[in-house]
Ligand binder design. Structure first.
Ligand SMILES: Cc1cc2nc3c(=O)[nH]c(=O)nc-3n(C[C@H](O)[C@H](O)[C@H](O)COP(=O)(O)OP(=O)(O)OC[C@H]3O[C@@H](n4cnc5c(N)ncnc54)[C@H](O)[C@@H]3O)c2cc1C
Length: 592
């Protein structure tokens, strides 16, 4: 049985040589950060991931948690692991020192969070949701709420949740019907049922701070009539101590395909007198505030695709090195060899490794844009706005494919639960659904981020121009020339498809949306291919400078694979979108 080992060498490469960690540490507000410090943080995080989170990954999956009379008991070891997580300061890492955080850049959290997701995705969801709630409160709540709630949430002794979904309001938030009415003393009474609430109830922390979307009396219909409320499980006294239990209960826990270690709760608010809640920001602006939380969560769910694919790859590689089966094509000897020597097993593993590296590079690159945007860089803000749905949508779709590829390496035992390979496949399956399905990410990409951008297509065109300039440079280097050819073709496909969207969005919106998911995948492949080509260029430079680190040889190989085996799909996705969208509607409803 393999153990999760954090891929620190690749993480450091991406952080230092692609994402520009040193530059980010020099940005105002990041004075505490340094390349050396990040190196030791990664080492310590890797020990935590391997030593504490990995050992409870299987029990989380096989046994899971128990819900009895609204009380959830998490799987064995989760409570202790969470306490250690808090005590060792991991929860506080990315947050403002004003509330007790360590103020480290987003790009550093990205690498550390990848380890939590790789070692134990179900566990990692708890701090992920708390982090999103902290962001929303820090950006939009009153000073009083911030002072009262943030220090404990930043420390991690209180966790956070996100309550959007209702039985009739999933992708469509406009349908939210939970209610809140003012009491007159500044607080509100919240009532309604929220479903699918991740870590909505559990035993690992003292208090749970729910962020709940609900409507005030006489609120306008639709998205413009939704407000955001902070609703604690236990009310908090003025001195910060815990008061009485609020009127909210976990009505039940879902039985799911995967992430069994993460309790997914049906939450019932205000069955009796009403759950006491506090308005965040202004009335009727809740959806906008929730987007602060959702954007944080979307990038982090994309990162789940990276972490789970890495883990599945490591396990498959371990198995391929052990399993002896079949004669290797072209091998003249009679030696028994492991399946790692079969060309198709090699392909499956290379596919996992290369595509996971591309996803990792994209995720960390995106996080570096968040850090630059925080420091006031408007171009970086435009870039992260454009890439957020791509990181979420593309990386999670990849995660599902790659965990499937990894399972394939096991043959029949991959389908048998004892192996563990099935867990990664099952766990990954939710990532393309929650935080907005892939279709919702694709709608966001073709709509708000492209056709309905202030200057339509501006952010995409800036990205295409930068990638094109890089591709020209790579073409001048013999070792990168073939990568450059495929990259250029990919960029052309992206450019053609983007122009097609801009030309047709208003006149033929259904055609555009019928091809929006292929467009999202096209964008992911091209941007991933660009970042892998950049990585290859760095590797070529280091090798030319005399480096004997075989990591650079490996990087050149995985980048070449990506260019040869993934970038060609760009043309197919562009053709699917621009030429074939009409055929999606080729069948009348009655003929389905
Ligand atoms: C394990 C788990 C954990 C979750 N955690 C949380 C949580 O913590 N907090 C929370 O609030 N919610 C949570 N959710 C809910 C999750 O975000 C929703 O399930 C998701 O947004 C999809 O909504 P839905 O299930 O109602 O599907 P629907 O919205 O009914 O979608 C059904 C299908 O229709 C498609 N579709 C719907 N609308 C459109 C559109 N406009 N364009 C194109 N296609 C469309 C979807 O892509 C999908 O394929 C969780 C769900 C699960 C299963």
């Amino acid at each position: 049985m393999s153990t999760y080992i954090a891929p620190i060498r690749d993480m450091q490469f991406v952080l230092n040589e692609v994402a520009g960690l040193e530059e980010i540490c020099a940005l105002p507000g990041n004075e505490e950060c340094s390349v050396d410090l990040v190196e030791s943080i990664l080492d310590e995080a890797a020990k935590f991931a391997t030593g504490v989170l990995d050992p409870i990954n299987r029990v989380g999956d096989r046994v899971g948690h128990v819900c009895k009379d609204g009380v959830v008991t998490t799987a064995e070891g989760f409570k202790e692991a969470y306490q250690l997580f808090v005590e060792t300061g991991w929860n506080a890492m990315p947050f403002s020192p004003e509330y007790g955080g360590q103020g480290l850049p987003a790009v550093v959290s990205m690498a550390v969070n990848e380890m939590w997701k790789g070692a134990n995705m179900a566990f990692g969801l708890c701090p992920m949701l708390t982090g999103g709630a902290i962001e929303a409160i820090a950006h939009h709540a009153s000073e009083e709420l911030k002072q009262k709630y943030l220090p404990k949430m930043v420390e991690g002794v209180w966790t956070g949740t996100m309550n959007l979904t209702e039985p009739n309001a999933g992708s469509d938030l406009a349908a939210i019907s939970s209610k809140a009415k003012p009491v007159g003393d500044g607080s509100y009474l919240v009532s309604g049922t929220k479903i699918f609430i991740t870590w909505g109830e559990h035993d690992v922390a003292e208090n749970i701070i729910h962020l709940v979307l609900a409507r005030l009396p006489d609120a306008p219909p639709g998205l413009k009539g939704i407000s955001l409320f902070l609703v604690p499980k236990f009310l908090v006294n003025d001195d910060g101590s815990l008061g009485k239990r609020n009127d909210l209960i976990c009505a039940s826990i879902e039985h799911k395909l995967g992430i069994h270690g993460s309790p997914t709760a049906v939450m019932s608010y205000g069955e009796n007198e009403g759950a006491v809640g506090y308005l965040i920001g202004e009335e009727n602006k809740g959806v906008g505030y929730m987007f602060t939380m959702m954007n944080h969560a979307r990038v982090n769910v994309g990162l789940e695709g990276v972490g789970i694919a890495e883990r599945a790859y490591q396990h498959a590689l371990w198995y391929a090195r052990e399993r002896v089966q079949g004669k290797i094509v072209g091998d003249k000897s009679n030696d028994k060899k492991t399946i790692l020597h079969h060309p198709d097993v090699r392909r499956l593993l290379m596919d996992c490794k290369s595509r996971t590296e591309a996803m990792r590079t994209l995720a960390y690159y995106a996080a570096a844009q968040i850090d630059r945007a925080h420091a006031g860089d408007a171009a970086a803000q435009a870039r992260i706005d454009l890439l957020t749905p791509v990181v979420k949508g593309w990386s999670t779709e990849q995660g599902v494919e790659l965990t499937s590829n990894a399972l394939q390496v096991f043959g029949g035992v991959g389908f048998v639960e004892e192996t563990g390979a099935g867990q990664y496949y099952r766990d990954s399956r939710i990532t393309t659904i929650y935080e907005g399905t892939t279709a919702i990410q694709a709608n966001d990409l073709v709509g708000r981020k492209l056709a309905r951008e202030k200057v339509p297509g501006a952010a995409m065109k800036a990205l295409i121009a930068e990638m094109t300039a890089d591709a020209e440079t790579f073409a001048g280097n013999a070792q990168l020339a073939s990568i450059a050819v495929n990259l250029k073709n990919g960029i052309n496909s992206l450019s053609t498809a983007s122009d097609w969207i801009l030309a047709n969005y208003e006149s033929a919106p259904a055609d555009v949306h019928a091809g929006s998911v292929p467009f999202l995948k096209l964008t992911g492949i091209v941007v991933g291919g660009w970042l892998m080509a950049k990585s290859a260029a760095i590797a070529v430079k280091r090798l030319a400078e005399g480096s004997s680190d075989d990591f650079y040889q490996a990087k050149l190989a995985t980048a070449s694979y990506f260019a040869a085996h993934q970038l060609p799909f760009a043309a197919a996705y562009a053709a699917e979108m621009t030429g074939g969208a009409a055929s999606v509607f080729g069948l009348p409803e009655n003929l389905f």
